[in-house]
Ligand binder design. Sequence first.
Ligand code: NAP
Length: 227
Amino acid sequence: MEAKKIPEVILNSGKKMPAIGLGTGSFPLPPHETLISILIDAFEVGYRHFDTATFYGSEEPLGKAVDKAFELGLVKSRDEVFITSKLLPSDAHPDLVLPALKTSLQKLGLEYVDLYLIHWPLRLKPEATGPADMLKENVMPSFDMKGIWEAMEECCRLGLGKVIGVSNFVYESPILKEIAFARQKTSLRKSMTCMVIQIALRWIYEEGVSPIVRSFNKEEMKETLNI
Ligand SMILES: NC(=O)c1ccc[n+]([C@@H]2O[C@H](COP(=O)([O-])OP(=O)(O)OC[C@H]3O[C@@H](n4cnc5c(N)ncnc54)[C@H](OP(=O)(O)O)[C@@H]3O)[C@@H](O)[C@H]2O)c1
């Protein structure tokens, strides 16, 4: 089967990203073996950009699917695949960011993710790790954007997250403005300029925004690529 070649967009950092990505967030998540097979379908039809998150529980099956795609010869080099993952709110503490990314990489079986995002502008108690813990009583009062962002910068500097960014933040919100300090520091500029705001679920491809669409049905996956 001829895989469709998906156009790429160039991020501010110069890194290329396939303009359409496949989402892996689904509740409930299919059993891992099923999801791996679905993701292989996605590789076969041409997807090379995959969106995961610790919260989705899909990092491990995605990592296995990437391995399998290599085994099957669907991809030949790590550069052909673009993987996004996201920081869990219970890890949104400056000292937990790097260990959280390392855990994600372990689950993915990868040396780096192409894009690492702060999933929400939300900090939960470190022990509140699962979907059932997304409760008001687990929310911690302040969100240390500056400290968390510095830890994200460290992930970028170590090459573990090639590009860093945020998702679900209101554009130009005060919390986002807190990291404007990074622009004034030359050493931080490179990774700051590669910030990506992820917008899901909207067909605004023509506006230059890269959609992340979740379909676990091979025909629908193809239809999406035909846009
Ligand atoms: N950063 C964030 O906080 C955030 C938030 C939301 C989503 N996301 C990411 O974005 C992804 C997509 O979001 P979403 O899961 O809310 O889903 P979505 O892409 O808005 O929609 C999923 C639904 O659309 C259907 N669908 C997809 N392609 C279709 C097609 N060509 N024709 C007909 N139906 C089609 C799917 O059907 P089937 O069930 O039949 O496949 C599924 O029911 C998530 O998986 C996640 O990776 C990120």
